[in-house]
Write a protein that binds this ligand. Structure first.
Ligand code: PEP
Length: 230
């Protein structure tokens, strides 16, 4: 079980230090936090592994606004998220760039969380299976790579996938790519236990509810309990 807190564009260095002073990961579950780039240095070395929210495929070069895997490694960062739906929808990320980012991170020794998920329009058009199959096919296979299934309509909306929807998608993804598959999309302390006990759910990628140490801790505890019961 892995629980990752995606802080998106929240928490500068001092808030990051404050969070980590107040947060203790429970035993029995792997926990990582994903602060914004400027807060990675403040996050490293506090007992919780740290993932960046993105990584570029080139070692260095004229790529304004990007950060390389080697730079993250130098900082002591443990991994990176790639292909988050906000990157895909707002910043033109494609299956190809997601694959290149993932490969560069893995080659540098980082862990990688690769995000996949269908939009509401795709689900309503009956395209969920085709979209997930296409997105998962682009994700490299590696022992340090995990996938996060994040239905786009459930991210930041308060609309969590039903257990049936989540389980069906996770089973499909794992049949295509046998690895840990995290669920993401409005995970909260109130729904974490139900989601974490689904057979093909291997943890959570948490946005909004990871910003508060107490609610993130409660989700991590639900994942630890699910792992202990499995
Ligand atoms: C996310 O950002 O990956 C996410 C799942 O956000 P939220 O938990 O806020 O829906």
């Amino acid at each position: 079980m892995l629980v990752a807190g995606n802080w998106k564009m929240f928490k500068g260095p001092s808030e990051t230090s404050g969070f980590l002073a107040a947060f203790e990961a429970p035993a029995g579950v792997d926990v990582v936090v994903c602060p914004p780039c400027v807060s990675l240095a403040a996050a490293v070395g506090n007992g919780v592994p740290v993932y960046a929210q993105n990584v570029h495929w080139a070692a260095e070069g004229a790529f304004t606004g990007e950060v390389s895997a080697a730079m993250l490694v130098e900082l002591g960062v443990d991994g990176a998220v790639v292909g988050h739906s906000e990157r895909r929808q707002l910043f033109g990320e494609t299956d190809d760039t997601v694959a290149r980012r993932a490969e560069a991170g893995l080659a540098a020794g980082l862990g990688v969380i690769a995000c996949v998920g269908e939009t509401e329009a795709e689900r309503e058009a009956g395209e969920t299976e085709a979209v997930l199959t296409r997105q998962v096919a682009a994700v490299p296979r590696h022992e340090r790579l995990v996938i996060a299934y994040e239905p786009v309509w459930a991210i930041g909306t308060g609309r969590t996938a039903t257990p049936e929807i989540a389980q069906e998608a996770h089973a499909l993804i794992r049949s295509l790519h046998p690895t840990l598959v995290l669920y993401g999309g409005s995970v909260k302390p109130e729904n974490a236990a139900e989601l974490m006990t689904l057979p093909d759910v291997g943890g959570a990628l948490v946005g909004g509810a990871s910003l508060d140490p107490a609610s993130f801790r409660a989700i991590c505890e639900a994942a630890a309990a699910a792992a202990a019961a499995a």
